[in-house]
Design a binder for this molecule. Structure first.
Ligand SMILES: O=C(O)CCC(=O)C(=O)O
Ligand SMILES: [Fe+2]
Length: 215
């Protein structure tokens, strides 16, 4: 389950209203505090990326467009005759994802070289992963990896993710384009890309972002 504007009081409140019509102050305060911290982490990583590419002057305009979606996942262990009760392989459609899990591993990521590996996390660890929008923005420098969840044991896995989206047009900075690195993606409207991906016929594309706005 998930909700939009997840680092704002209004966003959290609209979720709480659905789940607890009589309110749940403690949960609401915890969720908002958590999502704000995770948004700060996302902001910090984004700043590091912009600085490392020498495009920090583009950061303010970028920040003004950022909005977050929070999603909570529950994966129970397989029962008899069931296999893999996880999440099918996909790339994230956002800019940057920050993921956290309870003590149960299960996330697998496909590296650039095609090898799948299991992400083994300490309880206090977070995963920061680039999505399709960051890949397009960076002219293919950041990799938006295929990933999936496979649950083998009996323990239930819980994870919580916060996804960043841009309300507006995403454009590759000209600093990241030159003769050696020709432009790979045309400017695109991030939320319209989500509409595109939500259509049945586009969900099985090898790379929805390349089909949508690849050069
Ligand atoms: O539960 C996880 O660790 C991954 C979830 C995920 O990939 C997603 O929600 O996009
Ligand atoms: Fe994902």
């Amino acid at each position: 389950m998930g909700f939009d504007y997840s680092n704002t009081l209004d966003g959290v409140q609209s979720f709480i209203d659905v789940m607890w019509p009589n309110g749940n102050e403690a949960f609401s305060a915890t969720l908002l505090a958590y999502n704000k911290l995770v948004a700060e982490l996302e902001e910090m990583v984004t700043r590091m990326v912009f600085e490392s590419y020498g495009v920090e002057k583009k950061l303010d305009a970028h920040r003004k467009m950022v909005t977050y979606l929070c999603r909570g996942m529950k994966y129970r262990g397989p029962e008899k005759n069931e296999t893999n009760m996880g999440f099918v392989a996909h790339t994230d459609k956002d800019f940057i994802t920050v993921l956290h899990q309870n003590g149960v591993n299960g996330l697998e990521v496909k590296a650039r070289d095609g090898q799948w590996f299991t992400v083994e996390l300490l309880p206090a660890s977070y995963i920061v992963m680039s999505g399709d929008a960051a890949m397009a923005w960076s002219n293919d420098r950041l990799h938006s990896p295929y990933h999936r969840v496979t649950i083998n044991g009996n323990e239930t896995r819980y994870s919580i993710a916060q996804f960043s989206f841009l309300e507006g047009i995403i454009e590759t900075p000209e600093e990241l384009v030159d003769e050696e690195h020709p432009l790979q993606f045309k400017p695109f409207d991030h939320l319209k890309y989500l509409d595109f991906y939500s259509r049945e016929e586009n969900r099985t594309l090898e790379s929805a972002i390349r089909t949508y706005c690849g050069v």
